[in-house]
Design a protein around this ligand. Structure first.
Ligand code: ADP
Ligand code: ZN
Length: 523
């Protein structure tokens, strides 16, 4: 490595960007890429990924090419760079022909330091020819997880980016993402031909975020209580699964004195972007959105991110909650979760068009997410473990602050499993619970289920308690829901040792959804 490189890198950081020192692994990454090495950078949102390619682009001869799917943010990025005197521009479908001609000329003559380009644009012959005819300092592939077919941000054109390696073998490439699981990492390395690239993996801990996952009662009401007691006038994001629920939840919050805006892909573009602009600009405002909202959103003072529906995977949960507290100040990640979420997410996998392999991957991801919801130990430990990081209990999540009460749930689970078995695995949750509780319904009479040995053996528990037990039994993989046949409950092979008494089951004590209690402050 060039001995003066280190000093020149630091000089750029201080004189151009105005920061006194590199953060985390930035120094190593900048030096590695500036000296021509390939890199795969995994760093949480807000970690400072941009400088990892901006400074090497300034240090190397030629133009740095930044591939990004976030066309809407390119203008902002270019403006921010212009402010510190870096010559940057973008090439995408929003500009006029004349404007792109002008930028192309600047690239060719090297009168520019950085050019942002959308992947579909880069793949055009015209653009590849342009870069062949120009001096390229590096290729930065931002949001590199978009290459992963298993992830929810998959962009087919990202896969084609492997040709950069073939067509520009001497230009260093740096791929960056805030998604950290092993599988995505392996897929990026494979698909972008970055197998030999040096990997820089930062800690994914976001210590200022407090994680809370509560049992869902009336989710919307719980959400309102949470916001009013803990975040009265803060900015936040509320994620819902469906567009309809987004609209309804935003209305509900507005009716109850919380300023909220909806955002989902079904809204027309002007309305959507107007809402996004308001959210970025204003201080005390809540965005109620589907997961269509958020990638690349840089609002540092988002104080809370709530989930009214269960995310499909821990990666999704982590990315969405990661939009809270980018400024490093205390922030909350809050979620309400219940039996219906488990049933619905399982059904979405069963009914999806995906092939069996894909379904298996989705199902494993969901299981990991359920494990996080049901855990009796520190949420952060579980979360980081998923990303391959070891840690110790954090003291800043619900399970650390108010340890959940667990109990030996073997007997109630056995009762539940027997009841499902006795009704021939042909009935849905409501009926099975009625049988357990010994309720007299027409259906029970019609099927003579009041004469079963299991009738009324669970009368000591409320319906809500049984639902919580059922939810955990499904999460543990003892029971499945057959969506083809009336959502009937069925036993899995894993249920046998529990039924036979050879295996014990530890459960989380049901906690009645009560008005949100203020948790002790983190600071
Ligand atoms: P990411 O892309 O990883 O989400 P950014 O590159 O947008 O993160 O950086 C997040 C914030 O941290 C930005 O406001 C950036 O200016 C700031 N930042 C990055 N590196 C440093 C540093 N070395 N010192 C101080 N602030 C930094
Ligand atoms: Zn914890």
């Amino acid at each position: 490595m060039d001995p003066g490189l280190s000093a020149r890198a630091l000089d750029q950081l201080q004189t151009v960007f105005g920061y006194p020192a590199f953060r985390g692994q930035q120094k190593e990454i900048v030096e590695h890429v500036a000296s021509g090495g390939d890199a795969l950078v995994l760093m949480p949102t807000g970690g400072g990924k941009s400088l990892c390619y901006q400074i090497p682009a300034l240090l190397r001869d030629g133009v740095g090419v930044v591939v990004s799917p976030l066309i809407a943010l390119m203008q902002d990025q270019v403006d921010a760079l212009a402010e510190v005197g870096v010559r940057a521009a973008f090439l995408n479908s929003t500009q006029t022909y004349e404007e792109s001609m002008r930028i192309e000329r600047l690239v060719r003559t090297g009168e520019i330091d950085l050019v942002y380009v959308a992947p579909e644009r880069l793949m055009t012959q015209r653009c590849l020819d342009l870069f062949q005819a120009s001096k390229i300092a590096l290729f930065a592939i931002d949001e590199a997880h978009c290459v992963s077919q298993w992830g929810h941000d998959f962009r087919p054109e990202y896969i084609k980016l492997s040709i950069l390696h073939e067509q520009f073998p001497d230009v260093p490439r740096i791929a960056l993402t805030a998604t950290a699981d092993q599988q995505t990492r392996a897929e990026i390395a494979l698909r972008l031909q970055l197998g030999d690239a040096r990997q820089f993996v930062s800690s994914f801990d976001r210590p200022n975020i407090r994680y809370q996952i509560v049992e869902k009662g009336n989710g919307r009401k719980q959400l309102l209580d949470f916001i009013t007691t803990e975040h009265g006038s803060d900015a936040g994001i509320v994620y819902c699964l469906s567009r309809k629920k987004v609209e309804e939840t935003a209305d509900f919050l507005n009716e109850n004195g919380i300023r909220a805006l909806p955002y989902h892909a079904g809204m027309d573009y002007p309305k959507r972007s107007a809402n996004q602009a308001r959210f970025l600009r204003e201080e005390s405002i809540v965005m109620v959105a589907t997961i269509a909202f958020g990638m690349g959103i840089d609002k540092p003072d988002v104080r809370f991110v709530c989930h009214l529906d269960l995310p499909k995977s821990i990666e999704g949960y982590y990315q969405e909650t990661g939009r809270a507290g980018r400024d490093g100040m205390p922030a909350s990640a809050w979620m309400a979760y219940g039996l219906q979420d488990v049933v619905l997410q399982r059904r979405m996998i069963d009914e999806s068009e995906a092939d069996e392999t894909f379904k298996r991957v989705l199902s494993m991801k969901l299981d990991a997410m359920l494990g996080l919801c049901e855990t009796l130990s520190c949420r952060r430990v579980r979360l980081l473990e998923y990303f391959g990081e070891q840690s110790t209990p954090c003291g800043n999540c619900d399970t650390c602050l108010i340890p959940p009460v667990s109990f030996d749930g073997t007997v109630p689970v056995q009762k539940l499993l027997s009841a499902i078995y006795r009704v021939d695995q042909r009935f849905a949750a409501g009926h099975v619970i009625d049988v357990l509780r010994g309720v007299e319904t027409d259906r029970i009479k019609q099927w003579h289920h009041d004469s079963l040995s299991v009738y009324g053996i669970g009368s000591e528990r409320t319906e809500a308690e049984w639902r919580a037990i059922l939810r955990q039994a499904i999460a543990l993989g003892l029971i499945t829901v057959d969506h083809e046949v009336y959502s009937s409950l069925k036993l899995t092979d894993a249920a046998r040792p529990v039924l036979k008494g050879g295996q014990k089951v530890q459960l989380r004590q049901y906690q009645k959804p009560v008005k949100q209690k203020r948790a002790p402050s983190a600071s």
